[in-house]
Design a binder for this molecule. Structure first.
Ligand SMILES: *Cc1c(COP(=O)(O)O)cnc(C)c1O
Length: 455
C-alpha cells in the first residue's frame, strides 16, 4: 500500500472505532482511505479506483459527487444550514413533505422527521403504541416481526429485528416481540413458486394475529427484500394478505422501506407492487441520494388525528431529535426527487436490472451457487456448500470475506453478507461496469468456494 494510504490508516487506527467491524480484522485486512468519489466510483489516496457495487451501504442512488445534488446543497448552504423544527419551519422541509405525500401510497399524508433509519423505526414503534393508548387500548403493547428481519441497531429497532449476529448479545436489554417465520422464498420447495410459498407462509402470520390481535400494536416488515438478512426475498402477495389481515385484526402495518425505497425493487416504493398503503412508512438511506443523514416516517390522517388535542390531555407525540428535518438533508432529498422527475429512472433501472440478471446467468449452474434471486436493482447470489441440499457453508469459514478481498483487489467494492454476494449499485452504473462487477463476483465466488486457487 502506498505511503499516502498508509499514513491515513495509521492515524485512523490510533483514534477511531469503526462500525460493524471487529477492529482486530484491520490487522490483516487494512481499511481503504477514500479521497474522492465520482459517479459509481470511489478513489483511494493511491489513485486506485473501486466500483461501488453496494451504493456505500445502500444509500447512494445517483452516484458520488452528483452535480445536481451538489449544486442544490451549495445553494441551500448560503441561506440556512439548520434551524430547530419545533415551533419553526423552513421551505426545504415543507416542499419535501409535499412531494413525499404526493409520491407515496395514497393515504400517507403526514411526515415526521428523524435523522437516521433506526430512529425512524423507533418513531413508528412509539407512534403506533401511543396511538392505541390515546384511543384507550392500553392492552396493546406488543409488536410482530418477521424471522430474519432487520430494522436497525438502536434498542427498539434491534428488538423488532432478528439478525442473530447483531442481536443475541443484547437480548436481556430488549423488549419482547412476537416473531413469525419469514416468507423468505429461499426455503420454498423444489418447483414451488415464490407466490405459492409466500402465501403458504402467511398462515403463520394469520395465526399469530388471530391469537394475539388484541395485544398487538403493529406488524413491522421490510417489503419484498430482507436486506441485512442476506438479501432474502419474497412475493408481493404476502404484503397484500398482510394489509388485509391487519385491517381485520385492528393492527397497524409498519413498512420499513429504509433500504428498498426509492426504486431499488423496480417501483418507487416496494409497497406499490402489492398495491397497499401501510399505516407507517419509514424512509431513509436513498432519501437524500446517499448524501446526508435524514429519515422520515409517513403516516395517515386518522393516526395524526389521534394525537391532536388540547395540551393538557397529554396526547401529543413529544419525540424529537436535534437535527430533525435538517434543511441541508431536505435539500439533498429534493434534488434527488428532482432527478427522478427529470429522467425515466425506473425505466432505465429496468434495463440495468435485466443486464445484471444476464451478467450472472452463467453462475446459475455453478456447483456452489444455491440461488440467484432478484427484485429490480437488488440481485443476490447465495453460495452454498452443497447445491442439491442448499447446505450452507459454516459462517466461521467467512467465505464472503474471500469475495470481498478479491473484489478490492480487482477494484470492485462487493461486501457480501455471510455467504451471499449481492449487487445494489447506484443507478448511474453503466452496462460495461455491470459486466466488470459480475466478472469479479464470479471470480471471487470461484476462489471462495475452492473451485480455483489464487495465482
Ligand atoms: C439500514 C436499515 C435500517 C437502519 O438505518 P440506519 O440509518 O442504519 O440506522 C433500518 N431498516 C432497514 C430495512 C435497513 O436496511
Amino acid at each position: 500500500m502506498s505511503s499516502d494510504n498508509t499514513q491515513l490508516v495509521d492515524r485512523d487506527l490510533a483514534v477511531l472505532w469503526h462500525p460493524c467491524s471487529q477492529m482486530k480484522d484491520y490487522e490483516s485486512l487494512p481499511m481503504i482511505p477514500i479521497r474522492r468519489g465520482q459517479g459509481p466510483w470511489l478513489e483511494d489516496f493511491d489513485g486506485k479506483r473501486y466500483l461501488d457495487a453496494i451504493s456505500s451501504w445502500w444509500v447512494n442512488l445517483f452516484g458520488h459527487a452528483n452535480p445536481v445534488i451538489n449544486r442544490a446543497i451549495r445553494d441551500q448552504l448560503e441561506s440556512l444550514e439548520h434551524v430547530i423544527l419545533a415551533g419553526f419551519t423552513h421551505e426545504p422541509v415543507v416542499r419535501l413533505s409535499e412531494e413525499l405525500v404526493a409520491l407515496s401510497p395514497p393515504g400517507l399524508t403526514r411526515c415526521f422527521y428523524a435523522d437516521n433509519g433506526s430512529s425512524a423505526v423507533e418513531v413508528a414503534i412509539k407512534m403506533s403504541f401511543h396511538f392505541w393508548r390515546n384511543q384507550g387500548h392500553s392492552r396493546k403493547t406488543r409488536f410482530v416481526t418477521l424471522g430474519n428481519s432487520y430494522h436497525g441497531e438502536t434498542l427498539g429497532a434491534l428488538a423488532v429485528g432478528d439478525v442473530e449476529l447483531y442481536k443475541e448479545i443484547y437480548r436481556p436489554l430488549l423488549m419482547d416481540t412476537l416473531m413469525v417465520p419469514s416468507p423468505d422464498c429461499f426455503h420454498r420447495e423444489q418447483g414451488e413458486s415464490w407466490e405459492a410459498y409466500s402465501r403458504r407462509q402467511f398462515a403463520h402470520m394469520e395465526q399469530c394475529l388471530q391469537q394475539h390481535g388484541d395485544e398487538i400494536c403493529a406488524v413491522i416488515v421490510e417489503p419484498l427484500v430482507q436486506c441485512a438478512g442476506n438479501m432474502r426475498m419474497y412475493h408481493p402477495i404476502y404484503l397484500s394478505l398482510l394489509r388485509e389481515a391487519c385491517n381485520r385484526h385492528g393492527v397497524h402495518l409498519i413498512a420499513d422501506e429504509i433500504a428498498v425505497g426509492f426504486g431499488r425493487t423496480g417501483t418507487l416504493f416496494a409497497c406499490e407492487q402489492a398495491g397497499i398503503t401501510p399505516d407507517f412508512m419509514c424512509l431513509s438511506k436513498g432519501l437524500t441520494g446517499g448524501y446526508l443523514p435524514l429519515s422520515v416516517v409517513l403516516t395517515t390522517d386518522p393516526i395524526y388525528a389521534a394525537f391532536y388535542d388540547d395540551y393538557d390531555t397529554l396526547k401529543a407525540f413529544l419525540h424529537s431529535h436535534s437535527y430533525t428535518g435538517n434543511p441541508l438533508g431536505c435539500t439533498a432529498a429534493l434534488a434527488t426527487l428532482e432527478i427522478f422527475r427529470s429522467r425515466d429512472v425506473l425505466g432505465r433501472n429496468a434495463e440495468l436490472a435485466r443486464h445484471m440478471a444476464a451478467s450472472v446467468a452463467d453462475l446459475q449452474d455453478h456447483p456452489h451457487v444455491g440461488e440467484i434471486r432478484q427484485h429490480g436493482m437488488i440481485l443476490a447470489i447465495e453460495m452454498v456448500r452443497d447445491r442439491a441440499g442448499r447446505e450452507p457453508f459454516p459462517w466461521q469459514q467467512r467465505r464472503g470475506l474471500e469475495v470481498y478481498r478479491h473484489g478490492l483487489d480487482q477494484g470492485v467494492l462487493l461486501r457480501p453478507l455471510g455467504n451471499v454476494v449481492y449487487f445494489m449499485p447506484p443507478y448511474v452504473i453503466e452496462e460495461t461496469e455491470i459486466d466488470l462487477m459480475a466478472r469479479v463476483a464470479a471470480e471471487g465466488i470461484d476462489l471462495a468456494t475452492g473451485l480455483k486457487t489464487a495465482v
